[in-house]
Write a protein that binds this ligand. Structure first.
Ligand SMILES: [Zn+2]
Length: 365
């Protein structure tokens, strides 16, 4: 992979890290999620187990079946946001083996932790909002999510089809995992090397998923009922995952920095780059913070990936205050609806033909 390099870190990130370490020590809280995230995970996994069992095995009225399907979708979202994401970053527990175990919760809901760690931890977190490197911006041309992406006539309508298209993301993950894992390519990038053990784990979990999602339900229910419910669950989960990812990086006011002319480096340091390309939303809404696993505090998450989301209440005010002190802009939208509006305006601006949109999509906020 032809990487892009950042400028040397200045005093901002060193000061910030020192302050965050001191505040966590003073509050007597570890960086990992410890008992708090263990309890939350029990709830998320318990909800999945209870709703799945009711949906597949228990004779209940249709409305209860539909409610169970909705709760399966919600538990998939909660496991993704609150369990797998922290574990993937090594923030779930101070014990490596616990993180390694809990990140497999992604395999349980149909994804692949091996591919996720590469796409999310490396491509997205290191090269946030940099075209060709941040995997979150790559939709194979379906959407134009960066000013440097090639414009195509269908992008004029992307503001209309973006939200429905987001619903397809988990189905896309489940299917595209196979060519990515065995083809050795993730978009334009080489996938991580495959070991026999990684292949066995990948295939083992995929087989388990097929058994849980299709083989057992097909044995007990009408086949097209099973398929319809599975698609419905995926559409709800996919829409929620995608929207939350987009609200933090593809919104009005965010930066899409470019490498310096003819070079493979950007002007700012990595930490300053994260502040420029990342936005918080609904930061004072405890329900949103709980449901999204702290992804509404995305700035804090990007600067402190090794700190569990259950600690963001201590960390976030320090990040905001230190950024202000160093004259850096800390970006946030006050509510989910404000962030959705800012996202749709950005999608609409990126969908205009570049010559027409030059005044609306700018490289700097
Ligand atoms: Zn992350």
């Amino acid at each position: 992979m032809d990487r892009i390099h950042f400028a040397r870190e200045g005093a901002f990130y060193a000061t910030l890290r020192k302050r965050v370490d001191a505040a966590l020590a003073e509050a007597g809280t570890p960086k990992d999620g410890a008992a708090r995230i263990a309890l939350k995970s029990l709830f998320c996994l318990g909800l999945l187990a209870a709703s799945y069992v009711t949906l597949v095995f228990v004779a209940v009225p249709v409305w209860a079946k539909l409610l169970s399907a909705f709760l399966v979708a919600q538990s998939i979202v909660l496991i993704g946001f609150c369990v797998m994401h922290d574990a993937g970053h090594g923030a779930f527990s101070k014990h490596r083996w616990v993180n390694k175990l809990m990140v497999h919760s992604l395999d349980l809901i149909g994804g692949s932790q091996a591919l996720w760690k590469y796409k999310h931890n490396i491509l997205h977190h290191t090269f946030t909002n940099l075209e060709e490197l941040d995997d979150d911006l790559d939709t194979n041309g379906l959407l134009r999510l960066h000013p440097e992406q090639e414009w195509k006539p269908h992008h004029r309508f992307q503001v209309l089809y973006a939200l429905p298209a987001y619903s397809l993301i988990t189905i896309h993950w489940i299917i595209s995992d196979f060519p990515e894992f065995f083809g050795g390519k993730i978009g334009r990038h080489d996938a991580p090397a495959r070991t026999p053990l990684a292949t066995a784990v990948f295939l083992g979990f995929k087989a388990l998923y097929v058994v849980l999602a299709f083989v057992i339900p097909f044995a007990l229910h009408t086949w097209w009922h099973v398929l319809a419910v599975w698609v419905g669950i995926q559409l709800i989960a996919g829409f929620t995952f995608s929207l939350v990812f987009q609200l933090a990086h593809v919104v009005e006011g965010v930066d899409f920095p470019s490498p310096l002319e003819g070079e493979r480096r950007v002007e700012e340091s990595w930490a300053v780059h994260q502040l420029a390309t990342t936005v918080d939303f609904a930061p004072r809404n405890p329900l949103v913070s709980w449901y999204t696993g702290g992804l509404n505090h995305q700035v804090t998450h990007h600067l402190f990936t090794k700190v569990s989301h259950v600690r963001y209440g201590v960390v976030q005010p320090i990040v905001e205050e230190t950024a202000r002190e160093f004259g850096l802009t800390y970006k946030k939208h006050p509510s989910v609806m404000a962030a959705v509006g800012a996202h749709l305006r950005m999608i609409a601006a990126l969908g205009r033909k570049p010559a027409e949109a030059r005044t609306t999509v700018t490289a700097t906020a």
